[in-house]
Design a protein around this ligand. Structure first.
Ligand code: 13P
Length: 232
């Protein structure tokens, strides 16, 4: 399984040094990917753990102050990048066009985009889940070849479940993942949103899931180990 750890804007320089040492010690058969903030990326030995990033510039290398380009990330050993996280769609007003460009930039630099999609609670209540996700997926993959699409990992993250402690039912997750796989049959699909070492007992019954995108739990290596042991 793919287990991607989204540290978000957490862990300062020293906290991260202690943290990454603990992650190196985790012995797991799963694909464990750490996605630190940009500042902590250079502190990771990408021979010891798979290295990811939380974002990438929609531009290329050049005069784009404050941006981090795909070739720069690649040169630090980054092999996959979270793209289109709902927090960026909301706080940074990221558009579908920017997200598509980011996906393309990852693919050009031979990094796998972890493309996040998900609905708000209002959209779920109005029965708009399929419509919202189809729109996000179509926009982000427009113009890509089937081979390019196959390198994308999709993360289904219902916005109402992120950091709330609330998760959809297994049937709800299963139905969305099945829909995504119908649209993009060669893509791996992760679930993200309030995943813990406790609710994994229930979530792991969903056979359609290829892995998890983890926020809060990613910051607690001991609990993360407990989680990994449960999905052996
Ligand atoms: P939580 O696991 O903290 O809910 O965050 C999920 C997430 O946004 C991962 O990208």
């Amino acid at each position: 399984m793919i287990i991607a750890l989204n540290n978000k804007s957490n862990l300062d320089k020293n906290e991260f040094k202690n943290y990454i040492k603990k992650l190196y010690q985790i012995n797991t058969t799963h694909k464990l990917i750490v996605c630190p903030s940009f500042l902590n990326i250079s502190s990771v030995d990408s021979k010891k753990i798979i290295l990811g990033a939380q974002d990438v510039s929609a531009y290329g290398q050049g005069p784009h102050t404050g941006e981090v380009s795909a070739p720069q990330l690649k040169s630090y050993g980054v092999s996959c990048v979270i793209v289109g996280h709902s927090e960026r769609r909301e706080e940074k007003l990221e558009t579908d066009d920017e997200i598509r460009q980011k996906v393309k930039n990852c693919l050009s630099s031979k990094m796998a985009p972890i493309l996040c999609v998900g609905e708000t609670l209002k959209e779920r209540d109005k029965n708009l889940v399929t419509k919202v996700l189809r729109k996000e997926l179509t926009a982000a993959t427009k113009g890509l070849t089937e081979d390019e699409k196959s390198h994308i990992v999709i993360a289904y993250e219902p916005i109402w479940s992120i950091g709330t402690g609330v998760t959809p039912t297994n049937d709800q997750i299963k139905s969305v993942i099945t829909m995504i796989k119908g649209m993009l049959p060669h893509c791996k699909v992760l679930y993200g949103g309030s995943v813990t070492e406790e609710n994994i007992d229930t979530l792991k019954e969903i056979k359609e899931i290829d892995g998890y995108l983890i926020g809060g739990l990613s910051l607690k290596p001991e609990k993360l180990m407990e989680f990994l042991n449960k999905i052996k």
